[in-house]
Design a protein around this ligand. Sequence first.
Ligand code: VTB
Length: 332
Amino acid sequence: MDSQISANASTPLDGLDRILTIELVRVTERAAVAAARLRGRGDEKAADQAAVDGMRSELNRLPIRGTVVIGEGERDEAPMLYIGEEVGVGDGPEVDIALDPLEGTTICAKNLPNALAVVAIAEKGSLLNAPDVYMDKIAIGPGYAPDVVDLDAPPAENIARLAKAKGVSVSEITACILDRPRHAKLIEAVRATGAAIRLIGDGDVAGVIHTTDPDETGIDIYIGSGGAPEGVLAAAALRCIGGQIQGRLILDTPEKVARAAKMGIADPKKVYRAEEMARGDVLFAATGVTDGNMLAGVKFGKDSIRTHTIVLRSSTKTVREIKARHQDLDKF
Ligand code: VTB
């Protein structure tokens, strides 16, 4: 055998075993196909359950000792993939898992763009254990100086700073914002700058990821409040692709502060950067359920099923796109 090959083969890799990168693709593919069968049926719960079942069965084949830290909810409210559930074959590295088998259940039920199956894996203890509360978020793609935008600055200032850094006029910036009554003032303030807004019904994990490739997606910045678990997933993706996110948990009642404290959050006002939500070596995968700006949705053919996945690894920042044609249809 070539000595170079054998030397490399026996050299332990830093962080997570890179073979997991490819294994992870199966996890989101499986969840996406299961959810996609229920696209456009108006039944959020059924689509979500199908995605959960699909994702769980593939996760349990991975050579890991995994613990779900961002999942479907607390043990008493989620029968599967609850926070604390152990997944994997029970052998291999100890890892933390953040997942959303169907990010955008309503999008899927209505068959609208950008529903995803999403998972991230990091070394044990590396993911923020975020409670299921809202998080204020601001995110931009790679290539900008640190903190060019600021979670606490007025929207007009952030848009102006971003336009300047990008070298374009404010009117050429597009902000992605969740279409919610709570964002009325934010939307007004961004519109007043002359920037465009892409209003999305759900799916702010995709919204944040879309900032990493504005030429393709047309989105430069994500602003607004969405789920904290979704914030951690988006942070994991940005750790791998590049880009910046700032997030602060919205702990607006003593009950939420106490719940967060129980999960280890001592400072309820802390602003988290990507590397504070997802530390160390991180792997991330997302498969399109419905057609979207970055990923195609699942396509059901007569003899095959097609899926489109991005899979990312923070230590090398490799972005892989995997278009798969599955012919072993019994598996799905
Ligand atoms: C967002 C969105 C998700 O939750 O995080 C949103 O990205 C936040 O909650 O797809 P509200 O719907 O209450 O605004 C989701 O819609 C998932 O539930």
